[in-house]
Design a protein around this ligand. Structure first.
Ligand code: ADP
Length: 335
């Protein structure tokens, strides 16, 4: 089941996740620097009695960007509106959202880098002057009618801040870089979530699950739910180390957090291509997947965990990859 270690969530999971979201900056685990910076930005805005600067959050899925946006609104005593780049296909879609904002509201724009180009221009003006220019009519007779909108705070989220056009990036007063979480932070998150779920999680089981969660709270919480299910059905309900191990091996998540696809990619790279270098599409074909799936779903984590290196000649397995898969590299291995 691929979904188990994917950092993305579908709608059903989003609904389940709601219950586990920290509600304040103090409850939010980890990301110390971001928390401290944000708390400063929010407090100074409150002192001045103004909406804070627009905030950009960069970081992969499942790291807590939506949660932080909700916390920002809560700390400001204001409400949150949520939309996303892909939902804004034309500037009218954005105008509809912007023109209905209330003063001081927080607008969360997820995947902001995927917004339609013409809407970007509109967003610049809205961010800077709290104004939208609504175009009425078509062709030579078209006129732009300026419309004042309520001062608001934009919280933009993107997986890579580098992908944003400079004029957009420059309009954010503050950029929060969200990192992957350390194992001890994930343990804390797991203990907190277990408490909320009423699950009896043993400390060594928390360590075990944290280690397989790919640095991502969403994955940690998901694995926790699977282990809990397993404990309820096959055990006495307690989440012990043995239960955690048995559940995660049933779901084929290994001790580094690699799942079946990750291991298939590594195995192909090692066995069929002797550790590479090999092109991504060749590698993808050999595991029967689309190149994009391998590139977006499997490769980032394999690279980050030091199992695969990207080189100009293709993908290369590292010594760690050979060791993790229990295989002996050939004497002429490429790493
Ligand atoms: P993103 O918007 O970056 O994809 P979310 O904010 O939706 O991520 O977080 C995914 C899940 O992980 C949520 O259930 C959330 O409660 C949990 N989570 C994320 N970050 C933290 C954190 N720092 N502390 C506790 N739980 C977290």
């Amino acid at each position: 089941e691929r979904d188990l270690v994917s950092p993305e969530a579908d709608l059903d999971e989003r609904a389940v996740e709601g219950a586990l979201r920290p509600k304040s900056l103090d409850e939010f685990v980890g990301q110390e620097r971001v928390r401290e910076q944000l708390s400063l930005v929010l407090r100074s805005a409150q002192r001045r009695g103004k909406a804070p600067d627009h905030i950009l959050m960069s970081g992969g899925p499942g790291l807590g960007k939506t949660t932080l946006a909700m916390i920002i609104a809560a700390e400001l005593g204001s409400s949150l509106r949520i939309t996303s780049g892909p939902a804004i296909e034309r500037s009218g879609d954005l105008a509809a959202v912007l023109s209905t904002l209330h003063e001081g509201e927080v607008l969360f724009l997820d995947e902001i880098h995927r917004m339609a180009r013409p809407a970007e221009e509109m967003l610049y003006v809205a961010m800077e002057d709290f104004r939208v220019d609504v175009v009425v009519g078509k062709g030579p007779g078209a006129t732009a009618i300026p419309l004042d909108i309520a001062p608001f705070t934009l919280v933009g989220a993107t997986t890579r801040a580098g992908m944003l056009p400079a004029p957009l990036r420059d309009r954010f007063g503050f950029v929060a870089h969200m990192d992957f979480y350390r194992p001890d932070e994930l343990e804390l998150i797991l203990r907190r979530s277990a408490g909320l779920l009423g699950a009896d999680l043993a400390p060594d089981a928390a360590v075990e699950i944290a280690g397989r969660s790919r640095g991502t709270p969403r994955i940690a919480n998901r694995l926790l739910r699977r282990v809990r299910d397993y404990a309820e059905v096959r055990g006495d309900g307690r989440l012990t180390l043995e239960t955690a191990r048995a559940a995660l091996s049933l779901y084929e998540v290994d001790d580094e957090g690699l799942d079946r696809l990750d291991r298939a990619v590594l195995t192909a790279l090692l066995r069929r291509f002797r550790g590479g270098p090999v092109g991504l599409s060749t590698l993808a074909v050999s595991v029967g997947e689309e190149p994009e799936t391998v590139e977006v779903v499997a490769e980032p984590f394999l690279v980050r965990s030091g199992f695969i290196a990207r080189t100009p000649r293709g993908r290369v397995a590292t010594a760690e990859a050979w060791a993790h898969m229990g295989l002996t590299p050939p004497p002429d291995a490429a790493f």
